[in-house]
Design a protein around this ligand. Structure first.
Ligand SMILES: Nc1ncnc2c1ncn2[C@@H]1O[C@H](COP(=O)(O)OP(=O)(O)O)[C@@H](O)[C@H]1O
Ligand SMILES: [Mg+2]
Length: 600
């Protein structure tokens, strides 16, 4: 056995962590640092500083994504503001190129505007806004969109955001805005009254390290989808070349304002119960529960009373963490009626139909609204799906078709609370649901070659987003299942349409053949009988048409689901057969070539 190698004793220390003791090199043990010393290093960090360092959390990363995200933040704010003020939204966006990867974005709306007092906090302070702590379906909810954009502008260009706000009664003012990230406070400069007749809010931000692209994730596509999901919004985009695209509204109806909802007992946490109790005006825990939670009645309160160890007549402000824990534990064992769903505000079937017809101009369109459902036991949500087939539906495929024609592939449009989701598709429940569908079953043999647009909108007072960037919905089983059911339902509708189209084609071919033969048969009968060929031909013609009409009547009866399934199965088998034949032929040719080569 080999001797273990002896460690050589070093002559002199090689690193500062080593020292010589009694002629031997030893490692110096690092000195322990006290809490007092560490306390000197203790610093605070504002939320603005946090997001300044973590802008990707707000979707502000990537050159194309950042530009689209900033426009998205301004646009959603404009629509939210107009809707809450009962104004039909009119939004104009302009993107100007100022230099390499350097742009100026202007978004102007006709909404209520902001006051001199609120403008600073609204656009220059993170986590400030009018929409949180409310169980109401809205686009924004965190109060980080507009201020996040202000911060991005100042950190990439050093320039303030310019704002004009006006009431439309000759009163308007302008200002320049930055954020002090240390304090998370707005810094307003040059605020002045202006004599312009202006109604609404206009924001102008200069931003760098971004690119304008016409792509599936670019601003134009974002605006197009916003217009589709919001038929009452008129929106235009002027791109860096000066070209203006206007999406006119296809409806004059402002959606009914979504109602504020109370949280459902099955959806609340201990922390929420404690916080809500602190702010409650109720005098007893029992009445606090009844007045603060959806579906909480006397019976449920009685049951909870039996299960908890504290006095339910206690002042809710005195409630402790352990008391709230007991309440939540009790709630888990009680069954409640599902949450109220009247706070949900879907786009509506007619509205979706209007906008998809005017923007996508499909040959066939079907909209399906599912009934509201609940996820995690406490959060109501609803799914709206539309399928558009033919016409301008589908996305031009980069592969391209043969002989110059463009191939169309299936296009999936994802929305949450009517806001288009263009990023993080891979992790989204909508994409996952679409991927689980076997489209072949519905007559779509190849999704890379199908003029099909699938529109999916998920609405909820609390969309389970996967991150603060709000671009993907987490795959709660109930949400996933609802989307799947809606897709399967729409799949059957497309299948019917595709079969109908195929049958029509077949019938036309049949008619052409019959009529062609009618001419020849008429000639032959004429020869044999000596009767006038024109008359015979006319009679045969009438017979053919009558026969086809009868067939048509038969076909107009709506096909049952089983019949649709059968037809599609037939079609799929046919396609499989031709594909196998093609493959067989190819292999044969390959075989012949191989043999030839071997002979050579
Ligand atoms: N175009 C606008 N018109 C009127 N108010 C606006 C507009 N944009 C933003 N606001 C106000 O500024 C607040 C903060 O906006 P934002 O930071 O995007 O957060 P959020 O939209 O999540 O509330 C909004 O809640 C709203 O009160
Ligand atoms: Mg917002």
């Amino acid at each position: 056995m080999a001797e273990p190698e002896k460690t050589k004793i070093k002559e002199t220390p090689k690193t500062p962590e080593e020292k010589k003791v009694n002629g031997e090199i030893q490692k110096i043990k690092p000195k322990e640092i006290s809490a007092e010393t560490l306390a000197k290093e203790f610093k605070e960090h504002s939320v603005a500083e946090f997001f300044k360092k973590n802008q990707q959390m707000l979707g502000l990363s990537g050159k194309i994504r950042t530009l689209t995200t900033i426009i998205h933040e301004y646009v959603t704010n404009s629509i939210d503001a107009c809707e809450s003020a009962n104004i039909l939204p009119e939004i104009d966006i302009k993107v100007q190129e100022l230099g390499s990867e350097y742009y100026e974005i202007t978004v102007k709306d006709n909404g209520p505007g902001l006051t001199k007092n609120t403008v600073g906090k609204a656009l220059g302070q993170l986590l400030a806004g009018t929409k949180f702590h409310r169980m109401v379906q809205s686009r924004g909810q965190q109060g980080i969109g507009a201020a996040g954009a202000t911060m991005y502008a100042q950190t990439t260009t050093g320039k303030p955001v310019k704002v004009i706000s006006g009431t439309g009664n000759g009163k308007a003012f302008s200002l320049e805005l930055t954020i002090d990230p240390k304090q998370n406070e707005p810094k307003i400069e040059n605020m002045q009254d202006i004599d312009k007749e202006f109604k609404g809010l206009a924001i102008q931000a200069k931003i760098k390290d971004v690119t304008y692209r016409i792509s599936e994730q670019g601003p134009l596509e974002y605006i197009r989808r916003t217009a589709i999901a919001n038929p009452h919004v008129q929106i235009s985009l002027t791109d860096p070349t000066g070209q203006k695209t206007l999406f006119k509204r296809s409806s004059d109806k402002i959606p009914d304002a979504p109602k504020e909802m109370q949280p459902h007992p099955k959806g609340v946490t201990v922390d929420e119960v404690v916080t809500m109790a602190k702010y409650s005006d109720a005098r007893k825990v029992g009445s606090f529960l009844k007045s603060s939670f959806d579906r909480m009645g006397d019976k449920a309160v009685q049951e909870i009373t039996k299960m908890v160890s504290f006095d339910m007549n206690m002042d809710p402000k005195k409630m402790e963490w352990s008391d709230a824990e007991e309440i939540i534990k009790a709630i888990k064992t009680i069954s409640f009626i599902a949450p109220t769903t009247e706070g949900l505000s879907p786009i509506g079937e007619d509205q979706i139909e209007n906008s998809l017809t005017s923007i996508v101009q499909p040959e066939f369109l079907k909209v399906i609204t599912r009934k509201p459902q609940v996820y995690k036991g406490g959060f109501p949500f609803q799914v709206e799906v539309a399928v558009a087939f033919g016409g301008n539906a589908g996305r031009a495929s980069s592969n391209g078709g043969t002989e110059g024609e463009t191939l169309k592939r299936m296009e999936v449009m994802r929305f949450a609370n009517k806001v288009p989701l263009l990023f993080d598709g891979g992790g989204c429940a909508i994409t996952k649901a679409v991927q689980t569908i076997d489209w072949k079953r519905y007559g779509i043999q190849n999704i890379d070659d199908a003029p099909l647009t699938v529109f999916i909108n998920v609405i909820s007072v609390h969309i389970p987003y996967t991150s603060a960037g709000k671009q993907a919905i987490s795959d709660e089983p109930e949400v996933l299942e609802e989307i799947r059911l809606a897709l399967m339902d729409s799949g059957r509708k497309i299948a019917r349409h595709i079969i109908g189209k195929k049958k029509l084609k077949e019938k036309e071919a049949k008619k052409r053949t019959y009529l062609k033969y009618a001419v020849e048969v008429a000639y032959a009968i004429g020869e044999l009988t000596g009767k006038k060929k024109e008359e015979i031909q006319k009679k045969l013609h009438d017979i053919v048409l009558k026969r086809l009409k009868l067939e048509e009547k038969e076909e107009q009866k709506e096909l049952s689901d089983d019949e649709v399934d059968k037809e599609i199965e037939k079609e799929t088998k046919k396609i499989q057969k031709t594909e196998e034949k093609k493959k067989g032929k190819k292999e044969k040719i390959k075989g012949i070539k191989k043999v030839k080569k071997e002979k050579e």
